[in-house]
Design a protein around this ligand. Sequence first.
Ligand SMILES: *Cc1c(COP(=O)(O)O)cnc(C)c1O
Length: 387
Amino acid sequence: MGEIEEQAGWGFETLAIHAGQPADPSTGAVVTPISLSTTFAQSEVGVHQGYEYSRSGNPTRTAVEQQVAALEHAKHGLAFASGLAAEDNILRLLQPGQRILLGNDAYGGTFRLISKVWTPLGLDWTAVDLSDLDAVAASWPDDVGMVWLETPTNPLLTCFDIEAIAEMAHERDALVVVDNTFATPYLQQPITLGADIVVHSATKYLGGHSDVVGGFVAVDDDELAERIRFTQNAAGAVPSPFDCYLVLRGVKTLGVRMDRHCENARAIVDLLSGHRAVERVLYPQLPDHPGHEAAAKQMRDYGGMVSFTLKAGEAAARRVAASTELFTLAESLGAVESLIEHPGAMTHASAAGSPLEVPDNLVRLSVGIEHAADLVADLEQALDTAP
Ligand SMILES: *Cc1c(COP(=O)(O)O)cnc(C)c1O
């Protein structure tokens, strides 16, 4: 990791292209090789060049771990087979009897992992409204070991003040985990705001091309990193070298992609704002958006995700989601192509009946980097199907 410290003076786009990616010393290859070898030669028993067995460590994985850690301003990066595998390894830091304070709008799979996998194993959780920190502090249970939040949240895009939450949690000896999947390190760097752990679904903006499932953890603290690295190896939910390569390659263009995602999202927000069929537009840049001030303070720009509700209810939301031609009706997000979905029946179906349930007239857009006017025209014709 020393290399990252030396490179700390570089700007974001430079780090994305060079951190962890020196030319290959054996061949001069400019592009990081995909190291498929599962095992590595030792010159004497226990003497090797840093790699023994690819579950424990792999050169392609090291490259992406150093690259994304540098972007998150973290000393340590750990790549996983999926975002949920990364989350699962973070939850292993807790002991049975400890509680997670979970922001009450979160990815459905995170809620399922905590409530259906870890609760039977002894962890507890409480869903809280992190926009009211006085209320959270006043009713703080004493068994809290971790505060887990997304900002912007999935799918309502609510934003929370990471710095204030970290301060509150640290006064009470709890770790702060920020799922930075929606913002990416280009827009927001939670470690610099006091978060202990950053987690990503690399499947989304980091990969950026809908062709790899991956997860990532960034931590600055050496001891926390060591504990997570232990379970990364001991539980073994590691990504393949090819998957590491795809994330590494995707991240090189993260900055330019995010700029275009944000620009296109603004064009979509302009269409939706004041449209006769639309009840409410959810986008962190809007001055009346929940958490707009926190977003303005801690984000470089407001991201490529846009959600909205329809006046005519669930049937209209489902019809609009099924009526676009350029926006593909599909789960997932964060890639070059635009996607549309109905969270209540799709990504967030597992939160039905829980405190994390989402409105049934909600539509979520992952605005891609196509030509903005084409996206606006496509959504406009789909909205015409709503009464
Ligand atoms: C997709 C997603 C996850 C889960 O990641 P996978 O790579 O699908 O396992 C976690 N958090 C957020 C915010 C997500 O969008």
